[in-house]
Design a protein around this ligand. Structure first.
Ligand code: ZN
Length: 190
């Protein structure tokens, strides 16, 4: 099918995938964030308008969800990257993960052979503050993911995963942080 979904259909699917939609503005924002997470290429602008390409992508994600498969990529679902504030903050857009971050997570999974849990993905301003995240945290931009289990920094560096970007481990070394923000060597704090 190549036809365009109705706005009601779009809204129902986005809510099934983990977004929150209370107003027309939130619906437009959720569509835009879905488009950014899919990144269908230069032919699809993240314009918040559900045309044929976006409708087709929404149908794929929804049919994967119904089949019990990950909705965002081969092994990851949008909802895994959702801000962990639980919707407590009214301005939280819930999910705004960038495709580049999902791609790096897929690479980690493929090359490590591990099952991966996302510990922290998107963070709204308020939630980032509540968890004492860095002031300019890449989590706020949807470019970061904290995940477990971890491999060493050297293991990632050898494979160029999350490069360019940032990489770090918490002091217990149980969780690894990866992001697709500016390329930098950095020491991880939280
Ligand atoms: Zn939030």
């Amino acid at each position: 099918m190549t036809d365009t979904l109705t706005l009601n259909q779009v809204e129902a699917i986005l809510e099934n995938l983990g977004w929150r939609i209370r107003t027309a503005g939130e619906r437009r924002q959720a569509i835009r964030n879905f488009q950014l997470a899919w990144n269908l290429g230069p032919s699809l602008k993240a314009d918040g308008v559900p045309g044929p390409l976006t409708s087709a992508a929404l149908r794929i994600s929804e049919s994967r969800r119904r089949a019990g498969k990950p909705t965002a990529s081969a092994h990851f679902s949008f909802i895994e990257f959702r801000c962990k504030c639980g919707g407590r903050y009214s301005s939280c857009a819930r999910i705004w993960i960038q495709r580049s971050t999902i791609r790096q997570m897929e690479r980690y999974r493929a090359e490590s052979g591990l099952g991966i849990s996302i510990v922290s993905g998107c963070r709204c301003e308020e939630h980032n503050r509540a968890v004492k995240g860095a002031l300019h945290s890449q989590h706020k931009l949807g470019k970061a993911s904290d995940f477990a289990p971890a491999r060493s920094v050297a293991w990632f560096t050898d494979r160029g995963i999350f490069k360019p970007g940032g990489l770090g481990a918490n002091p217990a070394r149980l969780v690894r942080h990866g992001d697709t923000g500016p390329n930098r060597g950095w020491s991880y704090s939280t």
